[in-house]
Design a protein around this ligand. Structure first.
Ligand SMILES: [Ca+2]
Length: 519
């Protein structure tokens, strides 16, 4: 008999919840706030880092779902942003590398972007911070405060300025009486040594109030002891690297305080209860094996999504395999706008998907879920195309340009961590790192890892007879994804791709290299 009151309670609760949702929908427009970190990683309390202080991101996580298996589709700034804003991998939207300066990459003119699509659905869009994508006509926000009309540090790191711009945008959205999408794209915690070395390796002194550094009034800098930082397995245990991480933490704490200010603006504008909030980062942290790599430190991203809807999961973790490619369909789903995609012959869906259902209920556990990645350049000189598939257990990486040393970007090159690796290697000093520089530079064509047994991706299982069927299934699925997303690198490096009436075909070049696509 004790079950009856319980059931009644549940029914009453459901009835109350339904009415709440309906009245919410009647009274409010639906809005989205995307907060993007630049090269942000897992140096966050919510992801179990006990040293780096991030109370605002941790509080956001308490109000939403914490994704433990979120991945970018490309480990590079502009390509990742283009993928986020189009729902397509870099080889499909054309953003093969960095947009700015001599790199000069742009998406194809015919691609559909999130801001342009929302414009046609009467949603007002705004971007504050680092944009780093083009062409301008393809990525047009109604309100733009970016590096194109400001110094990137002012819109990407000066959290007081970011707060005031957020206020300005929210006022504009209020006056226009429209739903809004606000994309706050911090430049923190990106490195600084290559562009503004006077502010320290992570711009951690920019606006700190020290002499000559300027002052960000809302920022309370937090400084960390290098002996106390949490050292990830892929960074060498040396004082130079630890000091580099300590500087990174100071900048992450500025990002965190900036997020606190933005969320406070949202609350004071009365939008806490009608706005979907998404926090993630474009690519892995700027350390060896991180940014520009397809190892997990380069591909895995923090992701928190907080839904204001009644019944939404709060302070819960999701273990679903999700991609930054899923952000666009998620946002469109939130506004109830269809996400148009070309039909494919796939048996199972490897296409981007809305994550909104996960905010209500954890999907059934599946070993079969996969994410895909595609990288071609970072800087213009860094031609190192890679394609990858990662399931929960396995990762297969195809290094198309495997004969060449893995390229090092300017920003990483000048970093204290990389200089330390270089100097110790040159002078034959002890290097307490999990790889040698030579291993890091020279990678085989295929890398297969059992992530569950070998999370640091140390033991390449490519060609192992006992995994032959696993490897061939991963290769076939990766190839299918490449075909479905019109990958011009489908046949590389062993064959040339020809477009024929019935689709692309690969013609062998007799290089001696086996190629993936045999059709
Ligand atoms: Ca980045």
């Amino acid at each position: 008999m004790a079950r009856v009151p319980g059931s009644v309670y549940v029914l009453l609760l459901c009835s109350f919840v339904t009415e709440t949702v309906l009245s919410d929908k009647a009274d409010h427009k639906r809005n989205v706030l995307i907060i993007l970190a630049d090269d942000g990683g897992f140096e966050l309390g919510v992801y179990s880092n006990k040293i780096c202080q991030t109370p605002n991101i941790d509080a956001l996580a308490k109000s939403g779902v914490i994704f433990n298996n979120a991945f970018t589709s490309v480990s590079s700034c502009s390509p990742s942003r283009a993928a986020l804003l189009t729902g397509t991998p870099s080889h499909q939207n054309g953003m093969y590398g960095l947009h700015r300066g001599v790199h000069h990459f742009n998406s194809f003119d015919a691609v559909t972007s999130l801001p342009n699509l929302l414009k046609s659905h009467e949603v007002i869009t705004g971007i504050i911070g680092k944009k780093d994508v083009g062409p301008a006509a393809l990525y047009q926000f109604d309100y733009e405060q970016t590096e194109e009309n400001n110094h990137v540090n002012q819109v990407g790191r000066n959290i007081t300025h970011i707060k005031l711009l957020t206020r300005e945008f929210l006022n504009k959205a209020h006056n226009d009486n429209k739903s809004f999408l606000l994309y706050v794209s911090f430049h923190d915690p990106h490195r600084c040594g290559h562009t503004d070395p006077q502010f320290g390796p992570f711009c951690e002194r920019f606006g700190s109030g020290e002499e000559g550094m300027g002052l960000i009034p809302d920022w309370h800098p937090i400084y960390y002891q290098w002996e106390q930082v949490e050292l990830p397995y892929f960074i060498q245990d040396t004082e130079a690297a630890r000091r580099d991480i300590a500087a990174q933490y100071t900048t992450i704490s500025r990002l965190d305080q900036g997020i606190g200010l933005v969320l406070k603006e949202l609350e004071e504008a009365g939008h806490l209860n009608d706005t979907l909030v998404i926090y993630t980062s474009d690519n892995g942290i700027p350390f060896p094996s991180g940014r520009t790599n397809f190892y997990d430190p380069g591909l895995r991203e923090p992701m928190i999504i907080s839904s204001p809807e009644a019944g939404a999961r709060r302070n819960e973790a999701s273990y679903a395999m999700v991609s930054l490619l899923d952000v666009m369909p998620t946002v469109l789903n939130w506004y109830n706008i269809p996400f148009a995609q070309e039909e494919t012959n796939e048996v199972q869906s490897d296409k981007p998907k809305s994550l909104l259902p996960i905010l209500q209920k954890e999907p059934p556990f599946s070993e079969d879920e996969a994410i895909f990645a595609s990288q071609t350049h970072h800087e213009i000189t860094m031609y190192y195309p890679m394609r990858a598939i990662r399931t929960r257990r396995y990762k297969l990486i195809h290094n198309l340009n495997f004969g060449m040393p893995f390229p090092i970007d300017q920003d990483l090159y000048v970093s204290p961590t990389f200089q330390d690796i270089l100097n110790r290697t040159r002078s034959k000093q002890a290097l307490p790192w999990y790889k040698t520089l030579k291993q890091y530079y020279y990678r085989p064509q295929w890398e297969l890892y059992d992530i569950r047994a070998d999370p640091a991706e140390m033991k390449n299982l490519h060609g192992k007879p006992s995994l032959a069927s696993v490897e061939s299934a991963l290769r076939e699925r990766l190839e299918r994804w490449q075909r479905d997303t019109s990958d011009a690198w489908l046949c590389a490096p062993g064959a040339v791709l020809l477009q024929q009436d019935h689709g692309p075909v690969c013609r062998d070049l007799d290089t001696g290299l086996p190629h993936v696509a045999r059709r």
